[in-house]
Design a binder for this molecule. Sequence first.
Ligand SMILES: C[S@@+](CC[C@H](N)C(=O)[O-])C[C@H]1O[C@@H](n2cnc3c(N)ncnc32)[C@H](O)[C@@H]1O
Length: 467
Amino acid sequence: MGDLLSEATIEYVTSVKTWQFQQTIASPDELINLFNIKEIDKEWSFEDFKKSETGKWTHDYHRYPAKFIPQLVEKLIDEYIFYKDAYINDPFMGCGTTMVTAISRGFKASGTDINKVAHLITKVKSTPINPEYLDRKIRQLLSKLKFLDENQKAPFDERIWPLVPRKHIDRINYWFTEKNKNELGKILRVIYDEEDETIRDFFLVAFSHILKRCSIWLQGSTKPTRTKPTKNLKKKPVKPYEAFRNHLKKMQRGNDIFYDEVPANIKENLTKYLNIKVGDARKQPVSENSIDLIVSSSPFVTSYEYADLHQLSTIWLEFADDLKEYRGEFIGTSYKKYEHKRLKSKIGKDIVVKMTKKSKKMAKEIEAFFIDMQEVFDESFRILKHGSRCCYVIGDTKLRGIDILNAEVFAESLQQSGFKLDKIIKREIPLKILPQKRDEKTGKFANNHDANSEAYPIEYIVIGLKG
Ligand SMILES: C[S@@+](CC[C@H](N)C(=O)[O-])C[C@H]1O[C@@H](n2cnc3c(N)ncnc32)[C@H](O)[C@@H]1O
């Protein structure tokens, strides 16, 4: 039994009601009480870790909102996996923190993300490349692009025709100056000349990472905001070639260290160990009773529109025909509502009822999020082996003055999917990737100066056990 049970049992003896965790499914009230009395576990804050440690190996290849730190995944693996041939899963891979960690330990790894940019980043981050080979390929690429280097004083090479996707040309024109658009187009053309897919994808991740800095997207802003020609909001987009070259070099250093870390059997036969797909979290590419541990962090309801956040990469890499349709496939998006599906969680229903009085639209979005997540938990139950666990990282929040008890709803839904609630860990987020504040009205993360509420200063790891 997890330590939640003994701890909670002791705490409950002193409370109004004595509740036998071991035998009973926790009722909604008991769950809420359980979260209320839960204390922060400092061991899970990882506050002494430096950026160089949280961004080690390939973890700093690409910025990604709300990614978790590798130390968290490593600690969960240390707690629950004691054998060699483990199989780890993450239905919401994001930029692949769980996959990279699993591969570094010599484990099999599988997962999905609906975001094609996330899939590309995860694939590249989880693929160690022979350092000498990579070095040769990077040199070749940079020599073809040398004419873009201002210090080289080489004549402007008109022979390379910029590859600027026509499909979303309006969006590209909206976000990029003419000069940067053309320079990026030339870099992209040369990248696509590379025949080795592994190397091409490596280059594409570097390309994708620099897009924001090369655009007029306000740098401090996670959501799509264009720089304004006013004093403090003016941004000078960086020069693509230099940003690209510098980032490639940084990625190369990360790859070299990661390459030494990954066991030889995995490097020799990666496709046998890494099974990742662009796809929905409710349908994992694995058979039932096959997974030893799930470590995941779900999207947050109405906080990040991942489809919008990665739109620069999506348009340049032509990952979506119709951006609007693409958005609707994301869980936690504000573009979704259900008419014919039923929310089971009582805690979730209470939140929806309260929110309906403030905003019917937002209530529908929250309801859709909880319904999607209950289906994700059903899928987690299907794929896990008996005696194995799923660990979901999630924070509570407040919207329009109403407490959105995501973690409590997750705990209840996990039970409804068949899990025993094994443990709840409450942790602080000192090294925050998340912005400090959110706009309480819209629920969106926002810059500190225009937001009015704390964004997830603490979060929970809700752990379910398939008995
Ligand atoms: C909080 S992030 C995960 C971050 C990840 N733990 C990491 O370290 O990078 C949530 C992810 O869920 C993905 N997502 C949203 N809807 C999805 C769906 N229907 N199926 C699979 N993934 C989805 C988003 O694209 C996003 O990458």
